[in-house]
Write a protein that binds this ligand. Structure first.
Ligand code: P6P
Length: 335
């Protein structure tokens, strides 16, 4: 249920009954993400003005230079979730292992775990291109009141109870689903309030935008190469338009609004692809499917992949259904 100019807070309260698990806890969890998103948005929007950009010198588990804003965003989301005592565990791209919350408190009745990429696309920070936060929420599978285990995090994406992203772009938007469609909220920074600006977001059935880093073309599997050439042919409504920002959240967001496909294939350089299953592909796939789109590794539905490691990578393709079906046909033929 949505109405014009509704705030995110009003929307959460009015739609709580549609949550699969009618608990105020999930509402409070989404609210805490809303708070952290406002704080991070404030810092991202002034990144060029203070000495907060530039590599922090550390290198994260992915072997990537850790930008100071990465560290800041990671700390803010973890601190907000911890302080409001809502979750029992957190996993983050920036943390080697998962974080247990209140394990010593057998009265800890918290039943949700959150997996997060606190600042995706961070290499864009120094060049003032939009970046994003991605989050994924599950109910724990181990007994309430006990410390979480890795099993609480290695759940298939089809078990998510909520997922969303924040895009820090020309405006800051929070887009999320609890399994009843996808809604987008735009932040009014003057008063710190998110307003419902994009109710019931959906991928157009087809599209004419393809997003891929063509610099890796020679390393791609044959089927992906054939699809990219198909996109570039003078035929039907093609050639398509190539748009690639280098920020998953931004490319995904544009393609969901205009219609399109995002591709990060495996290659001889990245044998399992680059994107992480748990806190990038699964949440974006949940949103895509809730928005009438599709997401796979080229063969298997992303949400049905059984995770084996916290930071595992998978090839990732998602977008308008018709485009995805055509791509998967090319991949099948290219085998
Ligand atoms: P490449 C950012 O690092 C990211 O994880 C996604 O946001 C983005 O789509 C992709 O990697 C860009 O990777 O190899 O094309 O620079």
């Amino acid at each position: 249920m949505s109405r014009k100019n509704q705030t995110l807070g009003e929307f959460i309260i009015e739609n709580q009954s549609s949550f699969k698990y009618t608990s105020g806890e999930l509402s409070r969890l989404i609210n805490s993400i809303r708070l952290a998103a406002k704080v991070v948005s404030h810092e991202v929007n002034k990144a060029g003005l203070v000495d907060i950009i530039g590599a922090a010198g550390d290198v994260n588990i992915q072997g990537e230079d850790q930008q100071k804003l990465d560290v800041y965003a990671n700390d803010k989301f973890i601190q907000t979730l911890k302080n409001r005592n809502i979750v029992c565990g957190i996993a983050s791209e920036e943390e080697d292992d998962f974080i247990t919350i209140n394990s010593q408190d057998e009265n800890n009745q918290n039943k949700y775990v959150v997996l997060i990429d606190p600042l995706d696309g961070s290499s864009n920070i120094d060049v003032n291109v939009s970046v994003g936060t991605i989050f994924s929420i599950y109910r724990r599978v181990t007994p309430i009141g006990t410390p979480v285990t890795i099993d609480d995090f290695l759940q298939e994406g089809n078990q998510q109870v909520a997922a969303g992203y924040v895009v820090y772009g020309t405006s800051t938007m929070l887009v999320y689903t609890t399994g009843a469609g996808v809604n987008g909220f735009t932040l009014n920074p003057a008063i710190g309030t998110f307003y419902l600006s994009h109710p019931t977001m959906e991928f157009p059935e087809n599209g004419n935008i393809y997003s891929v880093n063509e610099g890796n073309y020679i390393h791609f599997p044959q089927g992906v190469k054939d699809y990219i050439k198909y996109c570039q042919m003078e035929e039907d409504n093609r050639p398509y338009t190539a748009r690639y920002i280098g920020s998953l959240v931004s490319d995904f967001h544009r393609n969901m609004i205009k219609g399109g496909i995002y591709m990060y294939p495996k290659s001889s350089k990245a044998t399992n692809g680059k994107l992480r299953l748990l806190y990038e592909c699964n949440p974006m796939a949940f949103i895509a499917e809730q928005a009438n789109g599709k997401a796979s590794d080229g063969v298997t539905r992303i949400l049905d992949i059984k995770p084996t490691e916290l930071h595992e990578r998978v090839p990732f393709f998602c977008g308008s259904k018709t485009m995805m079906n055509t791509l998967e046909d090319f991949i099948q033929k290219g085998k």
